[in-house]
Design a protein around this ligand. Sequence first.
Ligand code: KG4
Ligand code: ZN
Length: 339
Amino acid sequence: MNKQKIRILAIETSCDETSVAIVEDGKHVLANVVSSQIETHQKFGGVVPEIASRKHVESMTWMMEEARRQSGIGFHELSAIAVTQGPGLVGSLLVGIVAAKSLAFALNLPLIGVHHIAGHIYANEFVTSFQYPLIALVVSGGHTELVYVKERGSFEIIGQTRDDAVGEAYDKVARALSLPYPGGPHVDKLAQGADDSIDLPRAWLEKTSYDFSFSGLKSAVMNVLNQAKMKGEEVDPSHIAHGFQASVIDVLVTKTIRAAKHYGVKQCCIAGGVAANKGLRTALQQACDKEGLSLIIPPLEYCTDNAAMIGAAAFLKWENKEFTPLDMKAEPLMNLQTW
Ligand code: KG4
Ligand code: ZN
């Protein structure tokens, strides 16, 4: 007899992307509809939380319908409703949570609250199944973490940023270079095309630490720009982008490899919006190849925020029948280790 397929409808609204997906058995994406609000927030140079919430409300119903249409799956064929419970902007999270609760209640299906970063990490399983233990390098607009994943669904944060998240540093440097928001992809592109580089510092911190710090690097970029301005000199933005990206990648890759060796893992993976960075993808692949480590890199569409990844992580909870009560609340500071 065929095993019954588990189809989870997942919702992601933690920041400025509204997304609804239908994922089968945690691995097969039947639909992944993403509506980005970038254009709306661009003129403000960053995400305006109040506007983000309103945009989520406007998009939610048609996106649910669109995910259903694209997947060819009827609501009666769903097994559970999943939603990002945190971390994120509280007003944005609430829109997804209210939509998920309403659907779960109306269809009499279990509700599953998911940690956003657990989603980013398990997006890697759209590529291939994990081999445990593994190290995940999480790099997004709000997070920079090295996570030791000893076994399925367990997360131990062994290092994290002490100040700016790496995506945040990219966005701030981009703004200083007068590039549009979000700046990461623009800095990445400039760096790729650069014919020279400005040498910028690396924050290694204590010898054994897996923590990160990017605020000093960001200040170093500002110093270069200010000094050039005072002297009336021009600096090629691509040289700054290259130097900045080289420093970021050097530290991220070196610490990831050191952690992988120390913890004796079989595999590394990368997660979050900055995992879309071409330079980082290439450098980490080269370093893992050199060390004989297997590396999973998610396709670009599963690096930036999307609901398919929430459906992937929700499947872990489904397997353990860990459902979330209908009176659950948004958790803007949700803890990954106890998710
Ligand atoms: O994971 P994500 O979509 O949202 C959060 O959960 O934060 O990550 C967004 C971040 C932004 O800071 C954006 O600038 C950065 O990811 N990003 C990049 C690239 N694409 C997106 N950073 C560097 N290089 C890229 N190609
Ligand atoms: Zn994210």
